[in-house]
Structure formats: structure tokens, C-alpha cells
Design a protein around this ligand. Structure first.
Ligand code: MN
Length: 287
């Protein structure tokens, strides 16, 4: 596997960020982060919230920008071509960022698996890697991967849940027959369905299964934590001593994981300006 480890490198921007002042896509005044992690933009689909993403990127310069997979939705584009100007603007913004000295690292996902054919190469300064290791300013090693390799776990759980669901319907019937039989035999009521419902609930918990699987693989590889996407569910928490971060998506939740200059990690949800009557505004999701 190709891997990028950039910890040894210092900051690569000087005071150079103002050199594009006056150009049409000026950075909006906003907080600078050490690193930004975004995934599941799904450019090329009507669901992609490209305008909000542009606002977010313009408002927050960073030393590192990780594109954690499903950036362009090759699956959807193959079925139906959809590429409005705002999606172009996002691509241009990313290229411009790389040109201006931001280290842009692209870890492809399953919807943009075509990019996996270009691992080890770079285009316009954007490096394509299979996965990466980001070291925070506090010295934490974070494994950066999209997360679709863990679909096996989810698929299996989904299948179990489906089986469980049908089984549940069946057991409701069985429960009635069983208990009328038990009553005739003078035995107390016992809920087979309640018992199985609990089992189905456990099977349905595939989000948790995914999170645990990703975190334990990160631990197995010797990292302090992991940054992934894929399931469109932003989250940041410790799982058995490993930091699990999911940066969410830009289809539904408009979320990003950011590393502050001091190494602190934070999950942000971006609210576009029309929702807040002013500058783009962010709120903390969890810490
Ligand atoms: Mn995905």
C-alpha cells in the first residue's frame, strides 16, 4: 500500500497566503486550521452541496487538506452526466489550494475507485495515495482511509438484519402458537419475539460494527487513531483506546474534521450563510 507520512515536514506556507489578494476567489476571512479532512463530497451528483463546500473552503485555509474518498461520484456520472459550474469551482478551488502551498492529499474511496489507478501519482499538486498517516501537532498518528474496505463487516451485518427482520415476522406468529401451547400445558408466558427482537437490534447496529472494525484495524496497524468517511455519519470518539474520527459528508450533513494549530481535533458542521443571515457559520458537533 502506498502511504503518505508528512509528519517530518514543517509548515510550507510563509506569509504567502495574501499573495492572491484581489483575485475573484479571495479567501474569506476565517480561521486557519492545521489540517482539514473532508470526504463523501459526491461531486457529479445533484445531492452534492458544492456551494456550501466552497464557502467552507474559502473561509478556512489550512496547511494540510485530506480528501478522504468519494470526492467525485464516478458511479453516478457513468449512469447520468451531471456537472454544474459549482462542481467545477470546487475542483478548481482544490487545485488552487495545492498551488498555493497547501498539502492536498487524495485518498480515493469506492465511488471514485477509478482514482485508485493513479495511486502514487499527483495531478496539479494533489497527491493520490491509497491511504495516509497524518501526525497531529500533538504527535498523534492518525490513519487516513476512506473505509469501504470494511464493507464486508457491514454487508454481513445488513444481511443478518434482513434475515432477522423476516425471522421476526415469523416469530410473532410462532410466539402466539407457542404460548397457546404453553398455556395449555400450564406453563407461564415467555416472549420468543421479545428475545429475538433484542437479537435483531444487535444485528442492526452496523454503524457501530463499522466504527469498531475501523478503529481496531487502526490499532492493529499501531496508530493512535483513524480518520475515515464512507458511512456519512460524522463522529469522534474513543473506541477501546483508539480515536475514531469520521468526517461525515457534504451531501447531507456538511461536516468536516479539523485540526487546530495546536493539534486539537474538532468536528464541524457547516451552515451556509443563507441559513445564518450572514457569514458562513460553523457549530461544533462533538468534541
Ligand atoms: Mn464510500
Amino acid at each position: 500500500m502506498m502511504r503518505a507520512a508528512f509528519d517530518a515536514m514543517g509548515p510550507w506556507h510563509g506569509e504567502g497566503w495574501s499573495d492572491d489578494a484581489g483575485s475573484p476567489d479571495d479567501e474569506l476571512p476565517g480561521k486557519r486550521y492545521r489540517a482539514i479532512f473532508i470526504s463523501d463530497l459526491h461531486l457529479g451528483t445533484p445531492g452534492c452541496q458544492a456551494a456550501a463546500l466552497l464557502d467552507f473552503l474559502k473561509s478556512h485555509p489550512s496547511d494540510y487538506l485530506y480528501l478522504v474518498g468519494d470526492i467525485v461520484d464516478g458511479w453516478q456520472l457513468r449512469r447520468r452526466w451531471y456537472w454544474p459550474q459549482t462542481h467545477n469551482d470546487v475542483v478548481q478551488k482544490l487545485l488552487r489550494r495545492a498551488r498555493k502551498g497547501c498539502r492536498v492529499v487524495y485518498v480515493p474511496g469506492n465511488h471514485d475507485e477509478f482514482a485508485r489507478g493513479f495511486v502514487g501519482h499527483q495531478f496539479g499538486g494533489i497527491e493520490v495515495v491509497e491511504d495516509a498517516v497524518h501526525t497531529t501537532a500533538q504527535g498523534q498518528d492518525l490513519w487516513v482511509t476512506h473505509g469501504d474496505y470494511f464493507d464486508g463487516v457491514i454487508q454481513c451485518a445488513k444481511w443478518l438484519a434482513y434475515l432477522g427482520d423476516n425471522l421476526y415476522e415469523f416469530t410473532l406468529k410462532l410466539n402466539r402458537h407457542l404460548n397457546s401451547l404453553r398455556a395449555r400445558m400450564g406453563l407461564p408466558y415467555w416472549s420468543l419475539s421479545a428475545y429475538l427482537k433484542q437479537r435483531v437490534k444487535q444485528a442492526l447496529n452496523y454503524v457501530t460494527d463499522f466504527e469498531v472494525a475501523v478503529a481496531s484495524e487502526a490499532r492493529r496497524r499501531g496508530h493512535h487513531g483513524v480518520v475515515c468517511g464512507h458511512i456519512h455519519r460524522a463522529e469522534m470518539r474513543e473506541i477501546n483506546g483508539t480515536l475514531y474520527c469520521n468526517d461525515g459528508d457534504w451531501v447531507e450533513s456538511r461536516t468536516a474534521l479539523v485540526e487546530h494549530l495546536d493539534g486539537r481535533l474538532e468536528l464541524l458542521q457547516w451552515a451556509p450563510s443563507h441559513e445564518t443571515q450572514g457569514q458562513g457559520h460553523k457549530k461544533q458537533v462533538s468534541a
